[in-house]
Design a protein around this ligand. Structure first.
Ligand code: IFM
Length: 461
C-alpha cells in the first residue's frame, strides 16, 4: 500500500461544510450487536451462513461480535466524545419478528427504544436502517426475497418498527445496499444466503426495491416529519484502456451496477440496455411495481468505497457473462489492505453525477471508510495513519462536491467500531475505534482522534 503523502491538501474546516451538516458514524446490527439468541432473537440468514463451513474466511460468526447489545452505552459515549451529531444504526429484523408468523417481540422493540433514547440523550440524531442484510431465516426458508410475500413481510415489519420508534426517529433508511443483498447474496454467493443464480438475483433485487417503495409511504404515515431514503452502494466505472470495446464495457457495467438502481428509484424504470442484456433473466414485474419503486423520497444515501475498472470480455469467450465485462485490478493504484482502490475523486464524481442526472434532493454519504491491518503498539495505541489520510481526503472530496453545487448534507464514516466484516469475518478492520475481540476493549485510533479534533474545530488542514 502506498500513500500519496504529497497530495495537495485543501484547508479543511468543519465550519465550511455548513452549520446543519451531519457528522456521523455508521454501524449495522449483525456486525456489532452479538447477543445472538438474547431476548427472543431468532436466527437470520447470516447465522445460517456463518454456520456453513467455508463461508466465512476465519470461521467466525456474529454471536458476540462487539457485544454492542450490552455495551451500547459505552459505544454511544464514544460517539458523543468524538463530537458526532448523528449516528446510523440498523434494526435487526430477527429481534422483532420470527419470520414465521406471530406478534412482534416487545423485548426487541424495547432494546431499540433504549438505544435511540441513549442517542438522543447524547445529542446524536438517530438514523435507522430497516434492512442491513439480516433476513430472518424462517423467511428465507419460505423463499426469501425471491418470493413476493417477503415484500409484504418487510412492509409489516417497517410498519411495526416505525410506529414504535417514529416519535423519536425521523430519519429512516429502508435498505442498505440492495446491490449486495441481491447480487452478493444470490449471484456470486459471497453473502447469505449464498445462492448463485442470475434470475433469482434479479427477482430478489426487484422485490427489495419494491419493498422500499411500498414501505416508504407507510413510514411517512407513522412518523411525524419523516425523512425517508435508501442507501445505495455506487461505483464510478472506469475503462481499463482507451479502446472502444472497453468504453462500451463501461456503459454496460454502469447499467447494472448503478443505473439499475437509480433509474427505477427516480421514475425511469429499469434501463433498457441492461434489460436487453439480461434477456430471460430479467425479473417479473407486475403492473404498478415501477410506480411503487419510484415513491418520492426525501434524500438519497450514498455508500462510497471505490471505483471499478472494467474491460470488455468478447461474447465468444467462455468467461463472458450477460454483461460481458470483467473487473480489472490495475497494479499502479493506491489500495487499502483489503485491496480496494483509494480514489477520493470518485466520491466527488458520484456526488456530481447523482445530483446532475437524478436531482434526488439532499444527498448524505451514509458510508465511507477503509480497512487496514492495524497494529496495536506496546502502549495499546493504534496509529492508523493510512485510514486518517483516507478520511481527510474523502472529506475534502465531499467538500469539493459541495463547492460545485451538490447539496451534500452529511457524512457517516464506516465505521465507528471494528466489526464483523461479513464473509471476511473479523479479519478486516474498518473502525475508527479499535475493538479487541478477546477483551472487548475499545481504543480510539489516531483516525478517530483526528476526526474528534476536526469535529471540535481544532484540526483544520
Ligand atoms: O461492512 C460493510 C457494510 O456492512 C456495508 N457497506 C460496506 C461495508 C464494508 O464492506
Amino acid at each position: 500500500m502506498t500513500i500519496q503523502k504529497n497530495a495537495p491538501h485543501q484547508p479543511l474546516a468543519r465550519a465550511s461544510f455548513g452549520d446543519d451538516f451531519l457528522w456521523g458514524c455508521s454501524t449495522s446490527a449483525f456486525q456489532i450487536e452479538g447477543a445472538g439468541s438474547t431476548d427472543g432473537r431468532v436466527a437470520s440468514i447470516w447465522d445460517t451462513f456463518c454456520a456453513t463451513p467455508g463461508k466465512i474466511r476465519d470461521g467466525s460468526d456474529g454471536q458476540v461480535a462487539c457485544d454492542h447489545y450490552h455495551r451500547w452505552p459505552e459505544d454511544l459515549d464514544i460517539g458523543q466524545s468524538l463530537g458526532l451529531n448523528a449516528y446510523r444504526f440498523s434494526i435487526a429484523w430477527p429481534r422483532i419478528f420470527n419470520g414465521s408468523g406471530g406478534a412482534p417481540k416487545q423485548a426487541g422493540l424495547d432494546f431499540y427504544e433504549r438505544l435511540v433514547d441513549g442517542m438522543l440523550e447524547r445529542g446524536l440524531q438517530p438514523w435507522a436502517t430497516l434492512y442491513h442484510w439480516d433476513l430472518p431465516q424462517a423467511l428465507q426458508d419460505q423463499g426469501g426475497w425471491a418470493r413476493r410475500a417477503t415484500v409484504d413481510a418487510f412492509v409489516d415489519y417497517a410498519d411495526v418498527v416505525t410506529r414504535r420508534l417514529g416519535d423519536r426517529v425521523r430519519h429512516w433508511i429502508t435498505h442498505n445496499e440492495p446491490w449486495c443483498t441481491a447480487m452478493h447474496g444470490n449471484l456470486d454467493g459471497m453473502h447469505a444466503p449464498g445462492l448463485r443464480d442470475t434470475p433469482t438475483a434479479l427477482q430478489v433485487c426487484h422485490h427489495v426495491l419494491l419493498s422500499h417503495g411500498l414501505a416508504t409511504p407507510v413510514i411517512r404515515a407513522n412518523v411525524p416529519h419523516a425523512q425517508v431514503g435508501i442507501a445505495l452502494s455506487l461505483h464510478p466505472i472506469r475503462a481499463a484502456s482507451g479502446s472502444e470495446e472497453d468504453r462500451q464495457a463501461v456503459e454496460r457495467h454502469d447499467g447494472f451496477r448503478n443505473r439499475w438502481f437509480l433509474d427505477p428509484l427516480y421514475g425511469r424504470g429499469y434501463p433498457q440496455d441492461t434489460l436487453a442484456l439480461l434477456g430471460a433473466a430479467a425479473p417479473a414485474v407486475l403492473e404498478g411495481d415501477m410506480q411503487a419503486i419510484a415513491a418520492p423520497t426525501d434524500f438519497v444515501g450514498l455508500n462510497y468505497y471505490f471505483p471499478e475498472v472494467v474491460r470488455d470480455v468478447p461474447a465468444s469467450s467462455p468467461a463472458a457473462g450477460f454483461l460481458r465485462t470483467e473487473v480489472a485490478l490495475p497494479q499502479d493504484r493506491e489500495r487499502t489492505d483489503f485491496g480496494w482502490e483509494v480514489a477520493p475523486d470518485g466520491l466527488t464524481e458520484l456526488l456530481l453525477r447523482i445530483a446532475r442526472d437524478y436531482r434526488p434532493g439532499p444527498v448524505y454519504v451514509t458510508e465511507n471508510g477503509s480497512s487496514y491491518d492495524d497494529l496495536v503498539q506496546a502502549d495499546g495505541s493504534i496509529d492508523d495513519e493510512a485510514r486518517r489520510h483516507y478520511l481527510v481526503r474523502h472529506l475534502a472530496a465531499v467538500r469539493a462536491a459541495q463547492e460545485q453545487g451538490v447539496d451534500v448534507k452529511g457524512y457517516f464514516a464506516w465505521s465507528l467500531l471494528d466489526n464483523f466484516e461479513w464473509s471476511e469475518g473479523y479479519l478486516r478492520r474498518f473502525g475508527i475505534v479499535h475493538v479487541d475481540f478477546q477483551t472487548q476493549l475499545r481504543t480510539i485510533k489516531s483516525s478517530g482522534r483526528w476526526y474528534r479534533e476536526f469535529l471540535h474545530g481544532r484540526n483544520e488542514r
